[in-house]
Write a protein that binds this ligand. Structure first.
Ligand code: A3P
Length: 322
């Protein structure tokens, strides 16, 4: 194993990996320099990503998984492309707004496509790039070249619930939701530790090249977020276009839009791993609600999550959703 990663070998980590079926059943490793947990197969590309050449006119969208990434991708792409919904409908989002580390994480995802890092390298500027990597695991030049970076955060309890269902969709996971939340607090799940992901971007939120907003902001007032993102991207947008985007980006429209859904990839992956097909009602665009964590996590786990969050936020001026 390379010096950039240490395999998680605790009994809890082993139990967690053994509870998984599908593409995420791989040794989990803690990556250097960030301490981020990922699948061991990602290790091979860590240096390539750290040394990746950033361009000043790139737009990077960085999130912890399940924080409204896809929603923000579509919004950003439309603002950068004159609100061209016809093209957006025709070209799958993964081609228009690639996910930097997806081939490293899940090679099956890009089986008929170039490696995702090659894809991003070859893109014509201005590039739109998605990543779930924490700041210290992203290309080092993010800090020196200072491209535009948009970071989206989501209430951690809701992100956990959404991530749990994501695991049930892309593979199978034998854990209960509460057990999954415990593994999350123990930093056994990919892209954890959660607050170490959020806080470095929160601390950069006032930098001119950084925009920080939340999934909850989008749910509360999508039009305002669209206007904020447009200003940040230096794009002019009319109120008529804002209204069109609000409609186009609604949960119901996105759920029924094949260009932003991963349902066929999920189906193929589940077949590859010989997992039971899922009912057609189980979709990537699942519920799109705020506050589900409070309804479905046990009282005990919610209390522990609040304590865990308070401990992580000690000394921070963070005021976003938690
Ligand atoms: P739920 O699982 O809570 O429904 P990501 O793109 O980061 O993986 O995030 C996926 C989450 O964003 C899912 O949450 C998904 O339903 C939600 N989402 C995607 N598009 C949305 C939209 N237009 N409105 C509200 N939520 C949306």
């Amino acid at each position: 194993m390379s010096a950039t990663a240490e395999v998680l070998t605790s009994p809890a980590a082993r139990r967690y990996v053994e509870s998984l079926r599908g593409p995420y059943r791989d040794d989990h490793v803690r990556l250097e320099p960030s301490g981020c947990v990922l699948l061991s197969k990602v290790t091979a590309d860590v240096h390539r990503i750290l040394d990746f050449a950033v361009r000043p006119d790139d737009v990077w969208l960085v999130t912890f998984p399940k924080s409204g990434t896809t929603w923000s991708q579509e919004l950003i792409w439309l603002l950068m492309n004159n609100c061209d919904v016809e093209q957006a409908k025709q070209v799958p989002l993964i081609h228009r707004f690639p996910f930097l580390e997806i081939t490293s994480l899940m090679p099956e995802f890009t089986r008929n496509m170039p490696h995702s890092i090659d894809h991003v390298e070859r893109m014509v500027s201005p590039r739109l790039i998605k990543s779930h990597l924490p700041l210290d695991q992203l290309p080092k030049q993010i800090k020196t070249v200072k491209p535009k970076v948009i970071y989206v955060v989501r209430n951690v309890q809701d992100a956990i619930v959404s991530f749990y269902h994501h695991y049930q969709l892309w593979g199978d996971c034998d854990l209960t939701l509460d057990q999954f939340a415990e593994c999350f607090m123990d930093d056994l799940i990919m892209y954890c530790p959660y607050w170490d992901h959020v806080l470095p971007f929160w601390n950069l939120r006032n930098e001119p090249n950084v925009l920080f907003y939340s999934y909850e902001d989008m749910k509360k007032d999508l039009a305002s977020v669209i206007r904020r993102v447009a200003i940040f991207l230096q794009k002019t947008i009319t109120e008529k276009q804002v209204a069109q985007l609000v409609d186009y980006l609604s949960f119901d429209k996105m759920r029924d839009n094949p260009a932003v859904n991963y349902d066929p990839v999920v189906e193929q992956l589940r077949a590859d791993y010989k997992l039971q097909p899922l009912p057609s009602s189980t979709k990537f665009m699942r519920r799109g609600q705020v506050g589900e964590g409070k309804q479905v996590l046990s009282e005990d786990i919610q209390r522990r999550l609040r304590q865990w969050t308070e401990a992580a936020l000690q000394g921070s001026d963070y005021t976003g959703p938690r």
